[in-house]
Design a protein around this ligand. Structure first.
Ligand SMILES: [Zn+2]
Length: 85
C-alpha cells in the first residue's frame, strides 16, 4: 500500500522543503525523509551547506530570499549530477 506522503524524497522536493527545514517547521516525517535524503545525496548536502552559510550571515532565511535563478541553477545541477551517474 503506497502512500504519496511516504515516498522517498527527491532533490526538487528537498529544495522546496529546505526553508521549512531551516526554520524547523517540518513535520517529523518530512524531517526524517529530509535527513534520509541528504545522507545519500552529495549535491543536496552542498546546497544545504551553502544555505547554512547564508542563514548564518543574514540571521534568517525567508522563502523570498531564495533567488529564483539560483534555484533553477541548483535544479539543473541536480539533473546533471543524476545524468552523470
Ligand atoms: Zn538530493
Amino acid at each position: 500500500m503506497a502512500s504519496t506522503a511516504s515516498h522517498p524524497l527527491v532533490c526538487i522536493e528537498l529544495v522546496e522543503l529546505v526553508t521549512d527545514y531551516f526554520e524547523d517547521r517540518l513535520s517529523l516525517e518530512d524531517r526524517l525523509r529530509f535527513d534520509e535524503h541528504i545522507a545519500g545525496c552529495e549535491p543536496c548536502v552542498r546546497y544545504i551547506e551553502q544555505l547554512a552559510v547564508t542563514v548564518e550571515l543574514s540571521g534568517q532565511l525567508r522563502p523570498r530570499d531564495l533567488d529564483p535563478a539560483m534555484r533553477d541553477a541548483l535544479v539543473e545541477a541536480f539533473r546533471g549530477w543524476r545524468r552523470g551517474h
